[in-house]
Design a protein around this ligand. Structure first.
Ligand code: G
Ligand code: G
Ligand code: MN
Ligand code: NA
Length: 253
């Protein structure tokens, strides 16, 4: 069976779920937000890792359908947390094709409106490649999203081909340092230099900086000394179902 057909069946059968990975304040240990990560539990194939289907969904265009579902589901869940009195942001990964839809901004606006979620509680994770393609169109779209009040972050920061000029040009609020630079910490001196430079630049530009892929206390402690704002990684928790989140957050540090 073709993968796209399987994805369509899985979507119709409710076989996709969102898991949530905490984003932790390095100063206080408080969980400020979570990143929504899609999971596919197929009737026949079992658990299909996102690395195996997101690229195919991007090629076939089905990512637009998946992305719309992810956005609405994440916003719905965040509105539930908000109604429970829990201030917590939700970060949603946005694919290039999804961002390029003519009505992408309206889709975000209506997801917010339908749910009643405070726009400041929604973060959109964009990759550098999104900013490189058709920069004028991207600028207009980002300005419209920023005007809605949503937070715009650059995912996998430092791994793309774009220039740093976009940090000046686009209304970006947050940088996510790619985990390839975190892996070598605390020992690797090149990684130290790169991470430290990103943090300092982020601070100077008044951006929030979050480190991805933090797995050890030594990495976390170094990032804290470097004045990084937040971290995300297996040290706190992998992505977990919403019902397990309170448990994980109770243990966060
Ligand atoms: O979720 P990890 O746990 O395995 O995710 C693997 C890859 O899939 C990462 O690059 C991540 O950004 C991407 N990914 C996870 N969830 C989503 C999603 O909802 N939308 C998109 N576009 N990518 C996602
Ligand atoms: O591309 P993006 O940054 O959205 O991808 C998130 C991916 O990173 C997911 O596959 C998630 O499971 C993975 N991830 C999250 N935390 C860690 C970590 O501490 N170590 C490693 N190796 N992967 C992580
Ligand atoms: Mn991400
Ligand atoms: Na990333």
């Amino acid at each position: 069976m073709k993968m796209e057909h399987r994805m369509r069946q899985a979507m119709e059968g409710g076989r996709f779920r969102l898991y949530y990975q905490p984003q932790v304040c390095l100063n206080t240990g408080v969980v400020l937000g979570v990143e929504a990560l899609i999971r596919w539990f197929d009737v026949e194939l079992g658990s299909v890792p996102p690395g195996n289907f997101i690229p195919l969904a991007e090629e076939s265009g089905y990512i637009v359908t998946i992305g719309a579902w992810v956005l609405n589901e994440a916003v719905r869940q965040a509105a539930v947390w908000q109604a429970q009195g829990c201030a917590r942001t939700v970060s949603v990964n946005v694919s290039s094709l999804q961002f390029q839809q003519a009505d992408f901004v309206e889709r975000v606006a209506s997801a917010l409106q339908n749910s009643g979620l405070d726009p400041a509680s929604l973060e959109l994770e964009l990759t550098e490649s999104i900013l490189v393609q058709d920069a004028d169109e991207a600028l207009a779209r980002l300005q419209a999203l920023a005007a809605l009040g949503v937070v715009l972050s650059i995912d996998d920061f430092g791994t793309g081909y774009s220039s740093l000029a976009y940090l000046k040009k686009f209304p970006i609020h947050k940088l996510k340092i790619d985990r390839s630079f975190i892996r070598g910490l605390p020992a690797d001196e090149s990684d130290q230099a790169i991470v430290s430079a990103i943090i300092q630049m982020g601070r100077a530009l008044k951006l929030t900086v979050i480190a991805e892929g933090v797995e050890t206390t030594a990495q976390r402690d170094l990032l804290q000394r470097m004045h990084c704002d937040q971290y995300q990684g297996f040290l706190c928790s992998p992505g977990v179902p919403s019902e397990d989140l309170e448990n994980v957050i109770g243990l966060a540090m």
